[in-house]
Design a protein around this ligand. Structure first.
Ligand code: NAP
Length: 314
């Protein structure tokens, strides 16, 4: 039998901008809310030293922004658990059993807002060098490489921002991108023009990692001419080659697209009427802070309407 005291109206998985905004809207709609986060609050945005593309009166760091949102959400009465969701199953009366590594919870509805995880380079030996030279976060780990030579791989906003950030700390930064033009926005890429210690290696890819206990050098090959190969002695390699969704725990209940993103309609509702999805983990074209927050609000409103319809309040 279900213990009614442990049942939440809405269980939200993931406390990035989408999950936090969903919690804000859900509490304002008077729903009981449990927010489950496996690591740290805020998701990717906490890595941004300055958020300038969010409609705030003043730009703020990602951490400042998230701190304010967490304070707001907890002050409104959302419960928070730090734990990893391992499975979700349908149980009696349309309820959902959410199993975490250390506990289990019951929800009348679920909002998945699990964001993305860093994509790996896919190179032999990569795993052994993670934390031993390979990093996925320049802001977190850049200071370990003060006055050293490092490389950044990727051509998006993250890679370019990482290279610019590291150029202020490191002696030399190689920015290695597989094409001849950046995916990064022009305004972001223009920042490289004032970084004399950043060397661009365009049309290039890393093909091998070398070192014993720590990365010591990499082999870089031209993507145009296979025979053009360069060895770079570096102490750190920052992989900024995009992200992948974290939806494995939900794949049996909801539809995932070919690349693992959760499929939902415009109201963020999945094929299950009581499971909603918000933010970067869903199939969509624009993944930005502002669209993650918007999804959170939309999903919470849809979940609240679903709950109200059950209660006959719609
Ligand atoms: P991204 O835009 O997906 O860029 C990933 C980059 O990595 C691309 O240049 C891609 O190359 C390259 N790449 C992918 N797989 C690779 C592989 N196996 N080997 C080598 N290179 C590979 O990822 P992101 O830069 O992390 O950005 C993610 C999202 O966050 C984007 O929407 C971005 O605009 C947003 N963002 C915004 C800001 C901001 O301040 N506004 C800051 C950071 C991120 P190709 O270009 O050839 O595909």
């Amino acid at each position: 039998m279900l213990n009614m005291e442990n049942i939440y109206d809405i269980i939200i998985v993931g406390a990035g901008p989408a999950g936090l905004t969903a919690a804000l809207y859900a509490r304002r709609a008077g729903k009981t809310v449990l927010l489950i986060e496996k690591e740290s609050f805020g998701g990717q945005i906490v890595l941004s030293p300055l958020v300038e593309n969010y409609p705030l009166t003043q730009p703020a760091s990602g951490v400042e922004l998230v701190d304010k949102l967490v304070t707001l959400v907890t002050s409104l009465g959302a419960d928070i658990e730090v734990d990893n969701v391992v499975s979700v199953k349908k149980i009696d009366d349309g309820m959902l059993a959410v199993k975490t590594e250390y506990s289990s919870f019951t929800g009348r509805s679920l909002i998945i807002a699990t964001g993305l995880k860093h994509r790996k380079l896919g190179l032999e030996g990569e795993e052994k060098f993670i934390g031993k030279g390979i990093s996925f976060c320049a802001v977190c780990d850049g200071s370990f490489f003060k006055n050293m030579d490092v490389a950044v791989v990727g051509g998006g906003n993250t890679a370019v921002q990482d290279a610019i950030y590291l150029s202020k700390i490191c002696r030399k930064v190689y920015l290695i991108h597989r094409r001849d033009r950046f995916r990064a926005e022009k305004r972001v890429a223009d920042g490289l023009n004032v970084c004399p210690n950043v060397e661009l290696l365009l049309n290039s890819k890393v093909i091998a990692l070398h070192g014993d206990n720590h990365i010591e050098s990499i082999t870089v090959q031209s993507t145009i001419d296979d025979s053009s190969i360069r060895e770079l002695n570096i102490s750190g390699l920052f992989a900024a080659v995009g992200q992948e969704p974290n939806n494995a725990a939900f794949g049996e209940l909801i539809a995932l697209d070919d690349t693992g993103f959760a499929v939902a309609d415009e109201s963020c509702t999945t094929r299950q009427p009581n499971i909603f999805v918000a933010g970067d983990c869903r199939t969509k074209t624009v993944r930005q802070l502002v669209t993650a927050g918007a999804d959170g609000g939309v999903a919470a409103i849809a979940a609240s309407e679903y709950l109200d319809s059950l209660a006959g309040n719609a």
